[in-house]
Design a protein around this ligand. Structure first.
Ligand code: ADP
Length: 324
């Protein structure tokens, strides 16, 4: 019945021309909204709300747009009527931007892969020659180069993984696994590669999760590696597991640089990176948490962070327990 100015602008409508007609009756050339109408019907009939519903919509003179819709039904006591509040956002630009990022990463990845593997091949040849000659000094240089090439390759593979996920979705192997076993095993694996921090586990959950064991392990690995990397002056990381309302919660707590409140939400965005307050730079691409959050959401879970800048962070994720 009423709308704000942004609504008129988004849909190219002139308020005076509407002559008090309900919006959902508007026809071709004005606001042809069969999809909206269906949505409203659904909201009226069934639940009380619709969250983050994406539709493609042709707006006269503007063309195809992608709209994000949230709808909520509520009861107005004043005149005893059912009312629906619709929030509509034109997310076409953001969506296109995301697509461009995907294209960009896949171009970079392809362009970089070949020269990097060629360099790596020549480097191995060179190392062979140098070790025959017994040139320790030069071998030391080439060893350092090797380490950097391995790093570069893993960055490229990270990009490859990430753009692949968006393009075709992850390959998930379905199974049922013991979450406690997975946590303990993963901690042991990471502990083997880390001499600076002691990783301890608190709490033990008896429960099974349905999904891809390797992918969930990947989430925990990402969080553990971050916890270690972003707490260079600490010597421990604590993993806590617990159960609440048929959900298992796994939290990884570090005592490191922490994240300011404003950046806490952003860290899960793709390519988002921060440097430490004392300008330490950590290498990375800002992909780990984006990938982790995609995996957790696929398993109908949730991932979030609690943090105090300068004191440390706790990254937590929650997964539904499989009922047998
Ligand atoms: P990467 O670590 O490769 O940059 P991530 O997606 O894993 O990518 O993390 C994104 C950003 O979030 C990091 O650059 C870092 O600034 C911040 N971050 C992640 N984990 C932590 C942590 N445990 N403590 C502080 N900052 C963190």
């Amino acid at each position: 019945m009423t709308a704000n100015r942004a609504f008129y602008q988004t849909f190219n409508l002139i308020p005076e021309k509407l002559e008090n007609r309900p919006f959902y009756e508007l026809g071709e050339g004005e606001l042809n909204i069969p999809k909206f109408r269906n949505l409203l019907k659904k909201v009226l009939k069934r639940g009380v709300s619709f969250n983050n519903f994406e539709i493609e919509y042709h707006i006269p003179k503007k063309g195809k747009r992608i709209l994000l819709i949230n709808a909520r039904k509520f009861y107005r006591q004043i005149n005893s009527t059912q009312t629906i509040l619709l929030a509509i956002e034109d997310i076409t630009k953001a969506k296109n931007y995301d697509k461009q990022k995907d294209e960009f990463s896949s171009i970079i990845m392809h362009e970089l892969k070949t020269p990097v593997s060629t360099i790596s091949g020549y480097l191995q040849l060179l190392q062979g020659h140098l070790s025959k000659r017994g040139d320790k000094k030069l071998l030391n240089y080439t060893d350092n180069m090797s380490v950097q090439i391995v790093r570069l390759t893993s960055l490229i593979n990270g990009l490859l993984n990430s753009s692949k996920i968006r393009a075709v979705g992850f390959d998930y192997q379905e199974g049922i696994f013991d979450i406690n076993e997975l946590t303990t095993e993963t901690i042991e694996d990471i502990q083997k590669t880390c001499e600076t921090h002691r990783i301890t586990q608190e709490g033990k959950v008896v429960g099974y999760v349905k999904g891809d064991r390797e992918r969930i392990a990947q989430v925990l690995i990402n969080l553990l590696i971050n916890a270690i990397r972003y707490s260079p002056n600490a010597n421990k990381v604590v993993v806590r597991t617990s159960v609440k309302n048929n959900k298992v919660i796994i939290g990884v707590e570090d005592f490191g640089i922490g994240i300011s409140r404003i950046n806490q939400k952003k860290v899960f965005e793709r390519f988002f990176r921060l440097n430490g307050s004392n300008k330490e730079t950590f290498y990375g691409l800002g992909l780990g948490l984006d990938i982790s959050s995609q995996i957790v959401h696929y398993h109908k879970g949730r991932i979030w962070v609690e943090s105090t800048q300068g004191k440390g962070s706790s990254f937590n994720f929650l997964l539904p327990i499989h009922q047998t």
